[in-house]
Design a binder for this molecule. Structure first.
Ligand SMILES: C[S@@+](CC[C@H](N)C(=O)[O-])C[C@H]1O[C@@H](n2cnc3c(N)ncnc32)[C@H](O)[C@@H]1O
Length: 233
């Protein structure tokens, strides 16, 4: 039997370029917090997942709340064995499908239209940018529960617990490089109750463009936390 094919390490810039071709949701719904992750934040998350944690290349990957497909398609681009993207919104799944075709990755992702609760199976890695619970309190908790029920390692994006101007300044000064921060006591406890364990938390800057009427600025810069969580063995 021959050696498994060596995978080429993809440059972060090439990943960002690829992700920038994936169009955002055209008519985002405020109730579902349907903002699209910027290509730089999506690239940072996928790069950490792939090359720091070995969670993407040749792995079975699930994207819960995939929206227009940036994380799912990016995982396929980096060399995932298989990728499933799930979203409750018909337009999101339609756009994700179209995006896949546009970037030449038509069959790289299995798109599922439905609530995350309907997903079954077993995955090496779950990547997710869930609703933060700004519109519907605790919306992100269901995503963590489900991700831990299905995956061995979970990369989950959450709002930083407080608006920290100093941390945002620091992150911008490093050109958007993620910085390790502590887990919030709530998340630490909640993840443990679900049988998981927070391994590391990275803060990263995120720009949310003006999308909804209640947004008062052209763009909003915030700090978000990427939780790296190990599921129960
Ligand atoms: C913040 S957006 C993230 C979209 C995409 N993953 C990205 O990062 O660009 C959250 C997504 O979760 C989806 N969503 C919200 N509740 C859901 C649910 N119960 N089941 C499946 N998807 C859901 C929304 O439709 C939306 O596309």
């Amino acid at each position: 039997m021959g050696e498994p094919a060596q995978r080429r390490l993809i440059r972060k810039l090439d990943l960002e370029r690829f992700l920038s071709k994936i169009k955002p949701h055209p008519t985002p719904n405020v109730k579902l917090e349907q903002y699209t992750l910027s290509e730089s934040a999506a690239a940072t998350i996928l790069y950490l997942a792939a090359y720091t944690y070995g969670g993407i290349v040749d792995k079975r990957v699930l994207d819960l709340g995939c929206g227009s497909g940036r994380l799912a398609l990016g995982a396929a681009f980096l060399g995932a064995e298989s990728v499933v993207g799930v979203d409750i919104d018909k337009t999101a799944v339609k756009v994700a499908n179209q995006n896949a075709a546009d970037v030449g990755s038509k069959d790289a992702v299995e798109w599922v239209l439905g609530d995350i609760d309907a997903v079954t199976g077993r995955f090496d890695t779950v990547v997710q940018n869930p609703p933060f619970g700004v519109q519907k309190r605790a919306a992100d908790r269901r995503f963590i529960q489900k991700a831990l029920a299905l995956g061995d390692t979970v990369f989950s994006l959450h709002n930083h617990p407080v608006f920290d101007k100093r941390l945002l300044g620091k992150l911008k000064a490093t050109g958007g490089q993620p910085l390790q921060v502590g887990a919030s006591p709530f998340m630490q406890r909640f993840v443990k109750e679900q049988g998981g364990q927070v391994e590391t938390v990275y803060a990263l800057p995120l720009i949310i463009p003006h999308m909804f009427d209640f947004h008062t600025k052209a763009k909003q810069e915030i700090v978000v936390d990427l939780y790296v969580i190990k599921g129960g063995e």
